[in-house]
Ligand binder design. Structure first.
Ligand code: HEM
Length: 405
């Protein structure tokens, strides 16, 4: 185990740092061993890396998520609370959070999402069977397009608009998550966002006139205890679904293919025993989580693992560190699709547990299944890969592969 002296902190604990970006796990293991409840003086946040601490924080029923409640100067207040926008559902507390989640959640139950499996497979087949090259960037050709087309279909967007929709959503994601706030990117993102919002308003208007069996139709019709979503809430929910669902699922597919190409014996096993697919996707989520961190805010003075924490402090959890804690997982750095206990923290937990978890799983399962069936041989190409320098996500900007039919 390398000893990084001094203890890594600040930017060195994010994908903005080149070493962390390429392989965060030795850095996180070091932190978990030497300082499992670490106070990061740069970002003003407690950082938790042990599985049990991370799980307890995420599942805590009282802790806050709304950055406006955090102590000024802390990571939650300054970074998450920046901007004047109303916080998205991810950063809301009850009763507002529960109200919104209750209105939306029925569209995301395993049953509701299960209806999309065949469509997701058809999208994966169309995209993957359309690849003509033997060497290609997996992110551009496969992992990027599939989740955007699936969510566009779920929302009920006219296929003729899909290309335009993808351009808007790509531009808006680039603006929202870009660590380097390039003015040209930001301006393009704002313009794309304005067009996307106007487009969603038109779609909502259409659903008010004629009901339709799609996600925007569901949101328009959603009603719980006599309550309804306002137009602004539907627009912001559609945007959240785009942002929360596209990048993350794209990265899950990219990280999954990388894990299999790095472990050919596991790929051979999956090819021989397709019934392992669902466990394999859970193992990918555990082994290389697309979302790097989440967090909460201390709702009262408290003590965790002997460390005193004041009300309003920002509590950051490192999901990938929890997922490889040797106290919980035997041989945690091994990628093993037959692992018995593949539970993980990659979808967060408690009241904010990822609403799209079933959808993400289903898309990744169908994509990996179609991809490995289509290409009898696959390996990483000499053109290599580039990880994205994005503070919250772990995934590729580019990942070149060679594939034979
Ligand atoms: C591999 C893919 C995905 C990963 C790893 C992921 C991960 C996460 C995480 C870590 C959270 C925060 C949980 C917490 O703090 O406890 C979250 C929340 C959320 N995710 Fe996902 N997500 C993925 C895909 C999706 C998809 C496909 C959608 C929808 C289309 C989605 C919608 C949401 C929403 C709406 C929330 C906020 C829930 C709330 O605040 O109540 N996610 N996700």
């Amino acid at each position: 185990m390398p000893n990084f002296d001094p203890i890594p902190t600040g930017v060195h604990l994010t994908p903005l740092d080149a070493r962390f970006r390429e392989d965060p796990y030795p850095v996180l293991a070091e932190l978990r061993e030497r300082d499992p409840i670490h106070y990061d003086k740069v970002f003003k946040q407690f950082i938790f890396t042990r599985h049990d601490d991370v799980m307890a924080i995420l599942r805590h029923s009282e802790m806050w998520s709304d950055p406006r409640k955090a102590t000024p100067g802390t990571f939650s207040a300054e970074i998450l609370g920046a901007g004047d926008d109303e916080p998205s559902m991810l950063l809301m507390d009850d009763p507002d959070h529960r109200r919104l989640r209750d209105l939306i959640k029925r569209s995301f139950t395993p049953r509701a999402v299960g209806r999309w499996r065949e469509r997701a497979r058809a999208v994966a087949e169309r995209v993957i069977h359309g690849i003509e090259e033997n060497e290609f960037d997996l992110m551009e050709k496969v992992a990027g397009p599939i989740p955007t087309v699936v969510i566009a279909e779920m929302l009920g967007i006219d296929p003729e608009m899909h290309e335009r929709f993808k351009q808007w959503s790509d531009a808006s994601v680039r603006g929202a998550f870009s660590p380097i706030q390039d003015p040209v990117d930001l301006a393009a993102a704002e313009e794309a966002q304005a067009e996307l919002d106007a487009f969603f308003r038109g779609e909502i208007e259409r659903r008010r006139r004629d009901t339709s069996d799609d996600l925007i139709g569901d949101l328009v019709a959603a009603e719980a205890d006599g309550d309804r979503l306002s137009e602004d809430e539907i627009v912001s929910t559609c945007n959240l679904l785009l942002l929360a669902g596209n990048l993350t699922t794209t990265d899950l597919i990219g990280n999954g293919v990388k894990a299999f190409l790095d472990h050919p014996a596991e790929l051979a096993k999956l090819r021989a025993r397709p019934e392992l697919l669902s466990n394999a996707v859970e193992e990918v989520l555990r082994y290389d989580s697309p979302v790097v961190n989440s967090g909460r805010i201390a709702h009262e003075d408290m003590e965790i693992g002997g460390v005193k924490i004041a009300r309003g402090e920002s509590l950051g959890v490192r999901l990938g560190a929890a997922n490889r804690d040797p106290a919980v997982y035997p041989d945690p750095d091994r990628f093993d699709i037959e692992r018995e206990d593949t539970h993980h923290q990659s979808f967060g937990g408690g009241r904010h547990f990822c609403l799209g978890a079933h959808l993400a799983r289903l898309e990744a399962q169908e994509t990996l299944s179609v991809l490995f069936a289509r290409f009898s041989e696959m390996r990483a190409s000499e053109r290599g890969h580039v990880y994205a320098a994005n503070p919250s996500f772990r995934g590729f900007e580019e990942f070149w592969v060679r594939a034979d039919r």
